[in-house]
Write a protein that binds this ligand. Structure first.
Ligand code: KIV
Length: 271
């Protein structure tokens, strides 16, 4: 088997080329085989196996509790379904923030056990040693700056980040540090659009925004939010493309009625 046949169509290099041509990058999360199959076949560029799985799949309040083993389980399911998109997997909280050797071990486990294409890590200067160590092992990294949900207990709120000059200056510095270290892309979450546009213009690598305006090189949303499965979450940046909560509730209530009224199964639906 040639190397080409094992590599998915969208590569980290292709994302850089998309930025150079001015073609926007579309990224969505997925956490399981069936959803990833639909998202990939629809033509998405990047699938993120986000640690938002902790919220939308497991029902936790924050992303902190999800474990490396659980992320690996989700990522393996997604990779099995994905033929075209680049698959990026979040490094969960506690697997890279301290010791860079532990960080490398965590990243190697993700790459070996899932066959994903890349990992994502939250933070800038604070995690630079881990970033450099992982990159030097040949593992591609997507950075993540701005609102970094794994630090929610430090921020105390999910409101817009980097509105103040000092925080914006740090974010710009961090973005350049990540690019210089060799990250192939960077998520910018919930920061002012003008700041995200500036960072996107200054960097050669593509930025992927969520609540960061139209000046980013790409956009990402959590699939449960954009499909309207997770109706309790309605931030200003979210556009809902479907109301699956209503569709699914109607289907389930219809099924219950059909079973109770002896309408299901009918003669054609049995052997
Ligand atoms: O975990 C996640 O889904 C993310 C995106 C919101 C960027 O990190």
């Amino acid at each position: 088997m040639s190397v080409e046949s094992t590599v998915r169509a969208v590569t980290t290099l292709r994302l850089t080329e998309m930025k150079q041509r001015g073609e926007k990058i579309a990224m969505l999360t997925s956490y399981d085989y069936s959803m990833a199959k639909i998202v990939d076949a629809a033509g998405i560029d990047v699938i993120l196996v986000g640690d938002s799985a902790a919220n939308v799949m497991a029902g936790y309040e924050t992303t902190l509790p999800i474990t490396l083993d659980e992320m690996i389980y989700h990522a393996r399911s997604v990779v099995r379904a994905t033929k075209r998109a680049l698959v990026v997997v979040d490094m969960p909280f506690g697997t890279y923030q301290g010791n860079s050797k532990v960080a490398l071990d965590s990243a190697v486990r993700i790459m070996k056990e899932t066959e994903a294409d890349a990992i994502k890590m939250e933070g800038g200067e604070e995690i630079l040693e881990s970033v450099q160590r992982i990159l030097s092992a040949g593992i591609p990294i997507m950075g993540h700056l701005g609102l970094t949900p794994q630090s929610i207990h430090k921020f105390g709120t999910y409101t817009v980040r980097a509105k103040e000059e000092a925080e914006a200056a740090k974010l710009i510095r961090d973005a350049h540090l990540l690019e210089e270290a060799g990250c192939f892309s960077c998520v910018l979450e919930k920061i002012p659009a003008a700041l995200a546009t500036r960072v996107s213009k200054e960097l050669r690598i593509p930025t992927i925004g969520i609540g960061a305006g139209s000046g980013c090189d790409g956009q990402v949303l959590v699939i449960h939010d954009m499909l309207g499965i997770n109706k309790g979450f309605s931030p200003r940046f979210l556009r809902r493309y479907a109301d699956l909560d209503t569709v699914m509730t109607n289907a389930v209530t219809q099924y219950i009625d059909d079973v109770k009224s002896l309408d299901f199964p009918n003669e054609k639906e049995q052997y």
